[in-house]
Ligand binder design. Structure first.
Ligand SMILES: Cc1cc2nc3c(=O)[nH]c(=O)nc-3n(C[C@H](O)[C@H](O)[C@H](O)COP(=O)(O)OP(=O)(O)OC[C@H]3O[C@@H](n4cnc5c(N)ncnc54)[C@H](O)[C@@H]3O)c2cc1C
Length: 449
């Protein structure tokens, strides 16, 4: 019986689901899977993207952990593809590779002043509040009034984390340095701006409703944004999500405001124009009021407005990063592929190389979507047996020997269990879910102890 030695690069949900689906897939060969992850801990954006006050979603790690614990997958944490392990190495030791490296950077937003001091990408802020080991521990929370650009769930996460009183985050796994930073924040007003109308938003009802439940935070919406055009009115009756979103807005429009110490303002029909600066630092945000164009889009009205803010976060999407030796679509930030089979410049399939998750189809969709995505990729991998690589050194030990020779301080599954137990124990002492260990060297030390 043939054996498929498979490398998966990226231990986020996409990579872990791909491993799970392959192990359960009907097939005429044995499988041995090695999962490489650049961070010392697995779970990708479930650990380092999903907000700490979303424990139900964070709980998905329990299902992912069950897959890793099934005993059929070796995990190599703290191993970065491109530096610690290369494509040539993978070809020498495996029959095929699946890249599930996700998207960790902010998509660019071209606008005068965007590089000013106090203008940030949401991805960096998210990494900070989720305790990512590779971002600075301190975050400058000095602004009283803040702008958040974007109308997706990440924009709402950022706005909520900025507006929420830090004490209400304490029971969660929010890292200590983040709690302290948020506690000292002087913020009173968070303004969220979307280019289009309330019925063209990308966020989901659950995320929106949560904003209205924040303690001591008034939701401010503007009547002028709710003079719906026919397309929006149709959308409310034909789309269940929008029916709920409209209901939430209707409640907020009727609410009394004025007693809370913080306010979260939602501005629609606002096209970003410029980040205003004073001495190189953010001092305001200029936008053009838009209106529906009758075809589901918006057009400018020529009316410009300004809001005084001293920090600005752009949450306009994530973007994938290129990987050494692997084709990359610079425009969309993904690995070009046909249903997960990676395509070269000539549009022909690159043998042995596959992609899944956000790096395959772009940074949209929820964790659950990475499952169906992985299914598609695995079906091709299984069918493509005749074009797999023929590795010169397929023995499992050969890979560990290679990493040892290179002095790579890799972590394994037992190490993750040690780190996990350590974090949960730290939390238990203070009645909290867990306290994340943030510095990379400390994560590695605890894991490899
Ligand atoms: C801020 C934010 C909040 C979100 N909240 C929710 C939510 O509440 N609910 C929900 O369902 N979805 C949410 N999502 C979406 C969800 O996180 C994604 O759908 C999912 O994580 C995508 O999975 P992935 O495995 O493709 O990518 P990722 O989760 O990004 O995993 C990729 C992994 O690859 C690793 N990697 C990257 N490069 C290399 C390399 N060179 N070598 C080795 N390893 C590498 C990364 O470290 C990472 O661990 C959120 C996303 C963001 C950005």
């Amino acid at each position: 019986m043939t054996k498929l030695r498979l490398a998966i690069v990226g231990a986020g949900p996409a990579g872990i689901y791909a491993a799970d689906i392959l192990l359960k897939h009907e097939r005429a060969f044995e499988v041995s899977i090695d999962l490489f992850e650049q961070l010392p801990a697995p779970y990708g954006l479930v650990r380092y993207g999903v907000a700490p006050d979303h424990p139900r979603i964070k709980g998905i790690v329990n299902a992912l952990r069950e897959v890793l614990d099934s005993g059929d997958i070796r995990v190599f944490g703290n191993v970065r593809y491109g530096t610690d392990i290369t494509l040539d190495d993978l070809k020498r030791h495996y029959n095929a590779v699946i890249f599930s490296t996700g998207a960790v950077r902010d998509a660019p937003l071209e606008m005068p002043g965007i590089d000013a001091h106090g203008s940030y990408g949401a991805a960096d802020f998210v990494s900070w509040y989720d305790g990512h080991p590779d971002v600075p521990r301190e975050w400058p929370l000095e602004a009283q009034s803040v702008a958040v650009i974007g109308n997706g769930n990440v924009a709402l996460d950022v706005a909520r984390m900025l507006a929420k009183h830090s004490e209400d985050l304490l029971p969660t796994e929010v890292p200590d340095n983040v709690y302290a930073g948020l506690q000292a924040s002087p913020v009173t007003d968070v303004h969220v701006f979307g280019r289009r109308g309330p019925m063209q938003v990308k966020f989901t009802p659950l995320e929106l409703r949560e904003l209205g439940e924040l303690r001591d935070v008034d939701m401010i919406v503007h009547e002028e944004d709710f003079d719906y055009d026919p397309a929006s009115r149709d959308a409310i009756t034909s789309n269940k999500q929008l029916t709920v979103i409209d209901r939430i807005f209707t409640q907020w429009r009727a609410r009394e405001t004025g007693s809370a110490s913080r306010r979260l303002h939602l501005h629609f029909y606002a096209r970003p124009v410029e980040v205003l600066t004073t001495d190189g630092a953010v001092s305001g945000f200029r936008y053009e009021r838009t209106e529906p164009d009758g075809q589901g889009g918006v057009r400018g009205t020529g009316e410009f407005r300004e809001v005084e803010v001293s920090a600005l976060y752009r949450a306009v999407g994530y973007f994938g990063s290129p990987l050494d030796g692997i084709p990359f679509d610079e425009r969309h930030g993904v690995i070009p592929n046909h249903e997960g089979q990676v395509l070269g410049d000539d549009n022909n399939q690159v043998p042995g190389v596959y992609a899944t998750g956000w790096i395959k189809r772009g940074p949209v969709g929820l964790i659950g979507h990475t499952k169906s995505d992985a299914m598609e990729t695995i079906q091709h991998l299984v069918k493509d047996q005749s074009s797999w690589w023929s590795p010169a050194e397929p023995a499992e030990q050969a890979v560990t020997d290679l990493l040892d020779r290179r002095g790579v301080l890799y972590t394994n599954l037992d190490g993750w269990h040690r780190l996990d137990a350590h974090e949960v124990a730290l939390g238990e002492n203070q009645g909290r879910e867990r306290i994340k260990v943030v510095p990379r060297d400390e994560m590695i030390r605890i894991s490899r102890d």
